[in-house]
Write a protein that binds this ligand. Structure first.
Ligand code: GYE
Length: 323
């Protein structure tokens, strides 16, 4: 089931970048003059917490001055932060766009100020692609497909219908759009798979629980929950237990991210499968920042490589989870 190893991912991503550059890989900036403005989405999930920590630690290690802002999941805050970075004349701007649309104006302002922009983790609408230098992150469509592929195998022998509840991430965000699309594409091959409810839980544990409670009131016994991230899955697990059912058994659960908390739940057989999405992008980002600031050519898209983990693998994998 495993496609690729995380270690290979890190090594590969590193070598792709170094192959395109003559920069020293240590990332040291002796003058400490390079300033990176990073506009983070928020702190909505375990994934995000790990991602922020990774960026902050990597900047420190690389000797890059980091201006870090947390937009609390609000696009207007993120736009304001980016405008602040432009006024401050930082060397490079990186951000993780909360949603895909609505970035044209501010990206054009950065371009006019000749400040290169790197997207991390989440994408923007394709028409804005001339306005950023590089994208670093995961293939969310593939993550959705992986979730669907697991489901198809799991229910290979079922002749009746399989009722699925989907908890979507933040409405309009790249991971919600793409994880939904990839999953739908995979399961459409067999009409027995029916999505009976699909609602946003905004990538948070509290919303995941609240929305799952409402869904369970309307659809008494779905077979499967597909949650676009671990936090929503963990919130939904509480709702399922409070409704007197066993998560992982009465309702099979597919989640995305692979945080430690989710692995603990999978070891306890409450989650059935996790599609990994790696938040530890800091070192790769700092390498890109340095190259972009030096005017070097960088790849348009740098993808993180990830795994799929099942219950059988949870116990062994848990001690080495890094986030
Ligand atoms: O899956 C979720 C977080 O953009 C990949 O955002 C990221 C997603 C991640 O809130 O947990």
């Amino acid at each position: 089931m495993k496609r690729r190893a995380l270690l290979a991912a890190v090594v590969l991503a590193g070598s792709i970048l170094t192959a395109c550059s003559t920069e020293p890989s240590s990332g040291e900036d002796p003058d400490g003059e390079l300033v990176l403005g990073f506009a983070q989405v928020g702190s909505e999930s375990g994934w995000r917490t790990a991602n922020s920590k990774s960026v902050q630690e990597a900047a420190k290690k690389a000797g890059i001055t980091l201006e870090f802002s947390d937009a609390q999941q609000k696009q207007e805050n993120q736009i304001e932060a980016i405008r602040g970075f432009i006024r401050q004349k930082v060397d490079v701007i990186a951000f993780s766009p909360v949603v895909e649309s609505g970035w044209g104006a501010v990206l054009n302002e950065a371009k006019a100020a000749k400040i290169p922009v790197i997207l991390t983790d989440r994408a923007v609408d394709p028409e804005n692609s001339p306005l950023y230098t590089s994208f670093l992150g995961s293939d969310f469509v593939e993550e959705g497909e992986e979730a669907g592929v697991w489901l198809i195998k799991e229910y290979a022998d079922r002749s009746g219908t399989v009722d699925i509840v989907e908890l979507q991430g933040t409405t309009g965000s790249a991971p919600a759009n793409d994880r939904k699309a990839g999953f739908a594409e995979a399961i459409k091959l067999d009409a027995k798979f029916r999505i009976v409810a699909s609602r946003s839980g905004d990538f948070t544990r509290a919303k995941g629980k609240e929305v799952m409670q409402a869904i369970l009131n309307a659809h008494k016994s779905p077979d499967v929950l597909y949650a676009h991230n671990d936090d929503m899955a963990l919130g939904a697990i509480e709702a399922i237990e409070e409704a007197g059912m066993e998560p992982g058994t009465d309702i099979k659960i597919i989640s995305v991210d692979g945080t430690k908390d989710a692995f603990v739940a999978m070891k306890a057989k409450k989650i059935n499968v996790i599609v990994e999405c790696n938040p530890l992008l800091g070192d790769q980002l700092m390498r890109l920042v340095r190259q972009v600031a030096a005017g070097r050519k960088v790849p348009r898209r740098v993808e993180t490589v990830e795994d799929v983990y099942t219950q059988e693998e949870a116990e062994e994998a848990l001690p080495s989870r890094q986030y």
